[in-house]
Write a protein that binds this ligand. Structure first.
Ligand code: HEM
Length: 465
């Protein structure tokens, strides 16, 4: 007997327009997801032209996509088309056995124990950039945050500032821009077709791989020990004792760069913008940093004593998750939230909508880092912070087999930047009106956000004589 599926399709936007929600998606995907969630609930169907799609924004359904039914979904053709030319077999885009094997090899190098080694890089770079900003100067806030995170990623990857590798950084930026256009293209143009953009991309890819290979070769020739990811990956061994091929190593280094840089810059931007518009929180973060650090830079031992800096960073990622939408494609007929999902349906997980659900976060529009501060229960025992009890309802780093490998590193970086910057300076936004987010690959501000810099004279620590 043939199996009969009784599940109904999800509720959603049913329109006769052959383009479906494509114009709305191109105009403002966040708005589209918000209105789908509001009007149709946490699993809502729509079409992008002939392509069936579903928006998912409830913790239970998200858990199904990423964990309990993860075998029914993969990264999908759209993401593969956009990301495979640059990342090739990098962790972010591959699936199956290769993903499992690479993940096992890489994960140990991102554990908290190893990351404490990087705290001084985060602190030093944040301070160096902060010290270059003059009192009263006007800056592009995203560019400032992008500058710090770019230098940090250079030191993390191979102990070199990317300022020394300006040509490489520029070529990689062009590669990421090509990816973004490919992700949103109405009619994808295969990379093999020699349009001017594709010719540039192919040239950039060849050049970038050649330059990174040269960095690897230089490192092998120089020998010695380095406190960076290149060193860690060169020493990493599979179960059979063998090392990664140079091709795979290149794929992982480019993937780490791509995954780490933009997301961190955006998270840091939103944190700074929210602190600029919430002076009370900003002053409290600065006071915490003054009290704990005095005149010195943070070390790994200070991390547990800067809870407000961490909470402010986490709360900023709740309101503005850099990865505001995760994409998957159904590889077979399946269900989500009890609704029928056909093979080939594109799934957009809207963490942005989920993080603003009033059922999970009272007064969701409010920037309130206290949601992420641990407290005590009625018996005086330590209790998890309210927002940390939401489980799958807070997902800035995704979940399941592709969950961010750099999440501890990113959180530590965010906490250290927030504390160091708050001690040295404060920003005030120049233009009135709210800063509007726009969803590109990550969640960025719409337009340039300008800020005035005020240098602070930090108060001395209670611990300093
Ligand atoms: C605030 C900063 C960051 C955010 C918000 C973020 C977010 C994410 C998210 C949501 C995913 C899952 C994507 C998906 O399921 O489709 C992911 C994957 C990944 N992230 Fe991050 N990330 C950040 C920083 C970093 C850093 C610093 C690194 C490494 C140095 C990193 C490396 C990766 C890698 C390699 C993957 C792919 C993992 C896999 O597919 O198995 N990320 N990130």
């Amino acid at each position: 007997m043939t199996a009969v599926t009784l599940e109904a399709p999800p509720p959603g936007l049913h329109t006769r327009n052959p383009l479906g929600a494509l114009p709305a998606m191109r105009r403002d995907p966040l708005q589209l997801f918000e209105s789908l969630a509001r009007e149709h609930g946490s699993v809502a169907a729509f079409r992008l032209g002939p392509q069936p799609a579903v928006m998912v924004s409830g913790p239970e359904a998200v858990r199904e996509v990423l964990v309990s039914r993860a075998d029914d979904f993969d990264k999908g053709d759209i993401q593969r088309r956009a990301f495979t030319p640059a990342l090739r077999n990098g962790l972010l885009i591959v699936e199956g056995d290769l993903h499992r094997v690479q993940r096992k090899l890489l994960v140990p190098h991102f554990q908290a124990r190893r990351i404490s080694n990087y705290v001084d890089i985060f602190a030093r770079e944040a301070q160096r950039h902060a010290d270059r900003l003059d009192d009263g100067s006007e800056v592009d806030l995203l560019a400032v945050m992008g500058g710090i995170t770019r230098d940090v990623i250079g030191h993390l990857l191979w102990s070199r500032s990317l300022a020394e590798e300006a040509e490489l950084a520029a070529a990689v930026t062009r590669v990421f821009e090509w990816e973004m256009r490919a992700l949103f293209a109405l009619v994808p143009v295969p990379l093999g077709i020699p349009t001017p953009a594709n010719r540039q991309m192919n040239g950039d890819l060849r050049w970038v791989r050649g330059r990174i290979q040269a960095i690897i070769d230089e490192r092998r020739a120089a020998g010695g020990e380095y406190n960076d990811l290149l060193d860690a990956l060169l020493q990493a061994r599979y179960d059979d004792g063998s090392a990664m091929s140079d091709d795979q190593l290149l794929d992982e280094l480019i993937t780490l760069w791509g995954a780490a840089h933009e997301t961190s810059a955006d998270a840091q931007f939103w944190t700074a913008a929210l602190l600029a518009t919430h002076p009370q929180v900003r002053d409290a973060v600065a006071a915490e940093a003054d009290r704990v650090l005095g005149d010195r830079l943070p070390t790994a031992d200070d991390l547990g004593r800067l809870p407000l800096a961490m909470a402010a960073f986490k709360e900023a990622m709740r309101l503005y998750p850099p990865a505001a939408s995760l994409m998957r494609e159904a590889v077979r007929d399946t269900t989500l939230g009890g609704y029928r999902i056909r093979k080939g349906t594109i799934v957009f997980i809207s963490t942005y909508s989920m993080h603003r659900d009033p059922a999970l976060y009272p007064a969701p529009e409010l920037f309130d880092p206290e949601r992420f501060l641990a407290g005590v229960d009625e018996n005086g025992r330590p209790a998890a912070a309210p927002a940390e009890r939401n489980g799958f309802g807070y997902l800035p780093f995704g979940a399941g087999r592709h969950v961010c490998i750099g999440s501890t590193l990113a959180l530590t970086e965010g906490q250290v930047f927030t504390a160091v910057l708050a001690r040295r300076l404060s920003f005030d936004l120049i233009d009135d009106g709210p800063v509007e987010p726009q969803l590109l690959i990550n969640l960025r501000p719409r337009g340039t956000v300008r800020a005035t810099v005020s240098r602070r004279v930090p108060a001395r620590s209670e611990n300093v004589a």
